[in-house]
Ligand binder design. Structure first.
Ligand code: ZN
Length: 224
């Protein structure tokens, strides 16, 4: 199966608060796919005492900014190339901008990954605002808890026992700033995938289980 070209790559687009990260994890667990999460790569890098690690720490943790495209790509490239191309792969948190879409297209070609599917979990600004104002995250593993019933009774993370907190950037002003960024930067990237014919729109205004079931059905079709 070394030359199996049927393996596919799945990425998720959509605003923060759409639940796309949760769906990416659920889908990779359901099918046992390889899983790469950009946020996790960045956090791991920021902990390293290397020159690159210190730079990432400064930009992301201290200044609270997004990494530039070049640095982001640098962190992602080896991760993608380390996954055998006969294995199905889910990538979450990348690409976000048109430039990153172009970078990612080149990277997939380099990795000899020809089959790309983009799930766009769409959600209105109003729904994003409402959800994010209620959002809680684990301070340790960064798992997002929108429905509080999934948190242990003592307020600790069900996955790792970490502290459950409200993110300091989940204030209405900061959420609106992120939405503005999404409209300006992410929407053109989504349009680019629409043009390429690989975009699948998913209604994000449903509960987690319902969206998951739709994604499972769609992935089973890809696999058949
Ligand atoms: Zn946790």
């Amino acid at each position: 199966m070394a030359n199996n070209i049927q393996a596919f790559t799945i990425i998720f687009m959509g605003p923060s608060g759409s639940g796309k990260g949760t769906q990416a994890v659920l889908l990779s667990e359901k099918f046992g796919f390889e899983f790469i999460e950009m946020g996790g790569i960045i956090r791991a890098e920021a902990k390293k005492e290397t020159e690159l690690g210190k730079k990432v720490h400064q930009v992301v943790m201290v200044e609270g900014k997004l990494l530039d495209d070049q640095l982001t790509y640098q962190l992602l490239e080896n991760k993608i190339l380390s996954v055998p191309n006969e294995k199905n792969l889910i990538v979450d948190g990348y690409p976000r901008t048109v430039q990153q879409v172009h970078d990612f297209t080149k990277l997939l070609a380099k990795a000899k990954r020809q089959h790309l599917t983009v799930f766009n979990v769409a959600l209105s600004d109003e729904a994003v605002l409402e959800r994010l104002s209620k959002r809680l995250v684990c301070d340790n593993c960064k798992t997002v808890f929108i429905a509080s019933k999934t948190i242990k009774k003592d307020g600790k993370c069900v996955k790792c026992g970490g502290q459950i907190i409200r993110r300091s950037d989940d204030t209405p002003a900061k959420i609106k700033a992120r939405l503005k960024w999404a409209h300006e930067q992410v929407e053109p990237a989504i349009a680019e995938y629409q043009k390429q014919g690989v975009l699948v729109n998913i209604d994000g205004n449903r509960d987690i289980e319902e969206i998951h079931q739709e994604l499972v059905t769609r992935v089973e079709k890809l696999l058949s």
